[in-house]
Write a protein that binds this ligand. Sequence first.
Ligand code: AQP
Length: 366
Amino acid sequence: MFALLARFFEMEAYFMTTPEKNEPEKNEPASTVERKKVIFSAIQPSGTITLGNYLGALKNWIGLQDKYDCIYALADLHTITVRQKPADLRRHTLEAYALLLACGIDPKKSLFFIQSHVPTHAQLAWVLACHTQFGDLQRMTQFKDKSAKHPDNVNAGLFTYPVLMAADILLYQADFVPVGVDQKQHMELTRNIAERFNGIYGNVFTIPDAYIPKEGAKIMSLQDPTKKMSKSDENVNASIAVLDKPEDIMRKFKRAVTDSESCVRYGEGKDGINNLMGIYACVTGETYEQIEKDFAGKGYGDFKSAVGEAVAEHLRPIRERYTDYMKNRDYMEHCWSDAAQKAYGISNRTLRKVMKKVGFVQPKCS
Ligand code: AQP
């Protein structure tokens, strides 16, 4: 289905992976050992996509498309764990689809669908929820953070969010999941759920590894560099949207919180500057040593302007392509409908296997 290459060993260095990933799966028949490695990842259309989402996840997604079987989704089912206005959710979903195409997701190379179009995700999530311990979910930092942020809506979906995420990944037998570092804990839980399930029923799921970038794994808020940059931050100056105009990008970087020193160097207690250096390194490809050398003797003002300009320039072509995609809804509808059908076909194979293993009587045609 996908025209992709599997130059697995080339990518290995970047994975937070276990060494046994290089070896054939224990119970895998010899004929499938050579199968292409599968990548799965998703993003919530819960707001305006940020530079954090882009550098932590999306930028990686693009680069993987030529080498792997890539499956990407807009995780719209996940967004309703926090109350959404229906009209905003529709708009954000449409915008996120166009934005990801503009970033470089190529529907000819990768499967790119909308999660709510594929019913197997919610079906597997139920089965997995019955194999997930309450105490494990209670420990999830994201649950604790989001419950504290929305004390009036601590719903069961927010609690079981990681189970749906596990279902998303395991349905496609994904080998690797490119995510930001904030998703590390959910990835560990996904592996635990899969291992527990395989332990009970035999080898049903591939055990996935998180793929976390070396640079950009956690982009911090520009206003509070101890917090991650987030779509849902109410302070507009805290985050850069991928679609922000250059003048807004410049203004936000100029206002970024730093420290009382004025020397551009990476160091402890310099969260603001460390964050800006991380962003600059991601978009220019420069090392921290090079940055420190380039800005020796210059103040924070010069550095902030340089970061703003580099980011605005990096995002410019994405903004231009985005406008074109937004004018072509028919094309997007065609892409997501076709992808949903294919995603259903692939994921339903795993779901049927799960249903059978658990002991559910099978319908005649499934
Ligand atoms: N600040 C970040 N730095 C690096 N990576 C990040 N990601 C998110 N924020 C950062 C990565 O982006 C991918 C998609 O994230 P998501 O939409 O699934 O949800 P999230 O992690 O909850 O992102 P937000 O922006 O904070 O959304 P809201 O505000 O709605 O909760 C993931 O791979 C994530 O690691």
